[in-house]
Design a protein around this ligand. Structure first.
Ligand code: SAH
Length: 233
């Protein structure tokens, strides 16, 4: 996706970026490619592909939620997707990036510093641990391409405020969704929106699924990592 097409496609997402925001994305791309040699952050380094599969794809979340100045936590952000891209596009967001791998966290801190981003923090921890300590804090929790939906729900929902939202960015969820109703009951959440669409140009399937949390999460969740993996709720 070249930059002209990127800008044009963003209009369909109701996003207009200033030149300053566009140049931040460009700089982000440059740092990503440069540091990728050290850190192995992404398999995608071709510029047009990064603009499509990382930048544009991250921004598709605006199809399902209106972002502005909420407090948002991105679980398993990797090299910053969608978290850093959202911070650039919506500068008033307060963003927390949670990432288990230390070297990725070092990269995230470098980007934050070089782009001079404010109100954005990096937490080098597994979400299962972070969500034991930090409860009911965020308006919105997101994750793109991180883990099976049921695992994500168990360690992400405790972080969401009552009346807040959890949004998973995935491709095909047909199989994952089958086991979810027990998670909805136990975690006091309800699916409120689900949209599927295809990414421009390459036409691969994307699904965004959004849950609303109606009550505080029982402190017994999330269970330990091994239990989450071994046994469903
Ligand atoms: N969201 C990014 C990265 C996806 S790869 C993107 O869409 O490009 C998944 C990332 O999640 C990896 O960087 C991995 O280290 C991290 N991760 C996986 N499980 C995690 C967990 N339980 N807690 C924190 N980070 C996790």
């Amino acid at each position: 996706m070249n930059k002209d097409v990127f800008i044009k496609e963003l209009i369909n997402l109701n996003i207009t970026l200033t030149n300053e925001q566009l140049s931040k994305l460009e700089k982000y791309y440059e740092i990503l490619v440069e540091e990728n040699q050290k850190y192995n952050l992404t398999a995608i380094t071709n510029k047009e592909e990064v603009y499509l599969k990382h930048f544009y794809d991250s921004l598709t979340i605006s199809k399902i939620v209106k972002l502005n100045d909420q407090e948002l936590c991105d679980i398993g952000t990797g090299a910053g997707f969608p978290g850093i891209v959202l911070k650039i596009a919506y500068p008033n967001l307060k963003v927390t990036l949670v990432e288990a791998t230390e070297k990725k966290c070092n990269f995230l801190k470098l980007v934050i510093e070089k782009l001079n981003l404010k109100d954005i923090h990096v937490i080098n921890e597994r979400a299962e641990i972070y969500s034991k300590e930090v409860r009911e804090k965020y308006d919105i929790v997101t994750s793109r391409a991180v883990a099976p939906l049921k695992h994500l729900l168990e360690y992400s929902i405790p972080l969401v405020k009552v009346n807040g939202l959890y949004i998973a960015m995935k491709s095909d969820i047909t199989n994952e969704i089958k086991e979810i109703s027990i998670y909805e009951q136990k975690l006091k959440i309800k699916e409120v929106k689900r949209i599927s669409f295809s990414l421009p140009i390459e036409n691969s399937l994307r699904t965004l699924i959004m849950y609303h949390k109606s009550e505080k999460t029982n402190p017994k969740y999330p269970r330990k990592y091994n239990e989450i993996k071994k046994k469903s709720l």
